[in-house]
Design a protein. Structure first.
Length: 535
């Protein structure tokens, strides 16, 4: 430890000054993204492991300190490539309102700065530590949702098969397991599945420290996913069996959370056993943490004999790579704070004036809980339950954003509905009449939950465009912020139940007719292509 401190003390003061300047610049540029990541994303139970990742990265760099000191820092302009690409992604994330893009941008900027000042050889030595840094960035919600939906289905299916082996009569529909005495639902909040990502990160770190052949590392890492799914399936099966004795208590509260932790702790010994078995195959393995120095130094003898540059000399302060990087960071910060690329475009008319009678449909306004209003960050919204004389019902919802920023952007039903236990079926596109003979392409999906079915249409009116996916929304928000100083937009969603006594085609016809009636009314409220501030 003392030796390590002495090694750090030998680093030139100018290097610490440069590192401090860069750290300050990165914090200033990515301040909002860092605050969101640490206090919002990491605070979720699914991502609590992220708090440990920075310490893991520092430890990995500490383990490499001897190897890093054995090679000279050779500035390389190749580092400008990831630096410039990272700063470009910053603007994409800033204008598109996407935090994950900003996270990747931050990582590329860090990699670029390290490469600029230290060269390729040292960058390779720090490669795994920098790669591990990526694991502290949570995936976007729509990616997390799609991954968890598939994992829930697999876990539920295996759990049902295990219950069958135990002689229990059970049936699965999506993520709903129908037991003889109740229904067991495997939701996104399932504590067993929350450990999939953290277990994957742990297995990745174990594979690195294992130090064996590449194929052994790959087996160790890739085995974590099926191991997590299988152990969670056992947990589901055990919950189903214990439910018959103790009721709902086994699927709620302390037991639910504790059983998730127990599954995680069981998988660690399995991975260690796997490491031991793999270590026996093909002979002894070396730990990846043991520094292996293949070259004493890449500095030529003539360079080594040159007199040392004073730590605060003009040449070190005005090093070209440092000055260039500093100018790029300063310009990015100044533009992001000094230039407003978004105007706030209000609704043409307040949603308070939205008609409650549309054709033969009569509506009743609904209100949203303040908790959801605070989390969705829209400028205005309307929820109406419409009925026609024949009795069928359609729930109509529009959320409008005067400007879309990071954390304050349009949300997709594909993100929030699965979190409420709905599973998407028959997802695709539909064509509806937008009025005046204009046909619009919108999302169409059948959602199911506990035996109930609903048909849903939704789309994103964005500054005169009708978009059907969030990636499209992000791309056009970026482009329109640059070219039109606008990022306003809306989500339109309409849902009708599919009654047991009717066909899906009947519900489809109902939504088509309602969409044809409501589309002209929407145009009177949502700003179009030529709207400007204050109109």
């Amino acid at each position: 430890m003392i030796k390590g401190i002495e090694e750090i003390a030998t680093i030139k003061p100018i290097s610490w000054i440069k590192a401090g300047v860069y750290a300050l610049g990165i914090i200033l540029i990515y301040y909002s993204a860092l605050v969101w990541m640490i206090f919002h994303e990491w605070a979720r139970e699914d991502n609590s492991h992220c708090y440990l990742i920075p310490f893991v990265v520092l430890y990995l760099l500490w383990e490499k300190r001897s190897a890093l000191r054995s090679f000279a820092s050779v500035p390389s302009w190749k580092g400008a490539v990831p630096l410039l690409f990272g700063l470009g992604l910053f603007w994409v994330g800033e204008f598109g309102g996407e935090f994950f893009t900003l996270y990747i941008s931050l990582w590329l900027v860090v990699v670029g700065l390290i490469w600029l000042h230290n060269g390729s050889r040292k960058l390779r030595e720090m490669g795994f530590a920098l790669f591990m840094m990526l694991t502290m960035f949570p995936f976007p919600n729509f990616i997390n949702t799609k991954i968890l939906v598939n994992l829930r289905i697999i876990s539920s299916d295996l759990g049902v098969k295990m219950l069958h082996l135990c002689g229990m009569s059970v049936y699965r529909e999506g993520n709903i397991i129908e037991l003889p005495f109740t229904n067991l639902q495997v939701v996104d909040a399932c504590s067993g599945l929350r450990f999939v990502v953290s277990l994957g990160i742990l297995s990745l770190l174990m594979a690195y420290l294992f130090g064996g052949s590449l194929w052994k590392k790959a087996i160790l890492f890739l085995s974590s996913l099926p191991l997590a799914i299988f152990t969670n399936s056992i947990r589901i099966a055990v919950t189903g069996i214990l439910w018959s004795f103790w009721g709902a208590r086994v699927a709620e509260g302390f037991f639910h959370g504790f059983s998730g932790w127990l599954i995680f702790m069981v998988t660690i010994p399995v991975l260690l056993l796997e490491m031991w078995v793999l270590g026996k195959i093909g002979g002894k393995t070396e730990s990846a943490t043991q520094p292996v120095v293949k070259e004493k130094s890449i500095i030529s003898p003539s360079v080594e004999q040159m007199p040392e540059t004073p730590p605060f000399s003009r040449s070190t302060i005005l090093q070209p790579v440092f000055v260039t990087a500093l100018v790029l960071l300063a310009a990015t910060f100044a533009l992001s704070r000094g230039v407003e690329f978004r105007e706030k475009i209000p609704l043409k008319k307040s949603f308070n004036e939205f008609p409650l009678t549309v054709g033969e449909w009569a509506g009743k306004r609904q209100s949203m809980e303040q908790l959801f209003i605070d989390s969705l960050h829209f400028s205005d919204y309307i929820m109406v339950s419409y009925r026609n004389p024949k009795g069928p019902e359609i729930d109509f919802y529009v959320a409008y954003y005067e400007t879309q920023r990071k954390g304050e952007t349009t949300h997709s039903p594909e993100t929030c509905f699965p979190g409420s236990g709905w599973s998407f079926k028959q997802a695709g596109l539909a064509i509806i009449d937008g009025g005046d003979g204009r046909m619009m392409k919108v999302n169409r999906t059948l959602v199911e939950k506990s035996g109930s079915r609903q048909l849903m249409y939704f789309w994103f009116p964005q500054r005169g465009r009708i978009l059907t996916s969030l990636p499209q929304v992000k791309i056009y928000s970026f482009w329109d912020a640059l070219t039109r100083q606008r990022t306003d937009g809306a989500l339109v969603r309409m849902i009708t139940p599919v009654y047991k006594s009717e066909r899906i085609e009947d519900a489809e016809k109902r939504l088509q007719g309602f969409a044809r009636e409501i589309a002209p009314a929407l145009e009177e409220f949502i700003p179009g292509k030529d709207s400007v501030k204050g109109t």
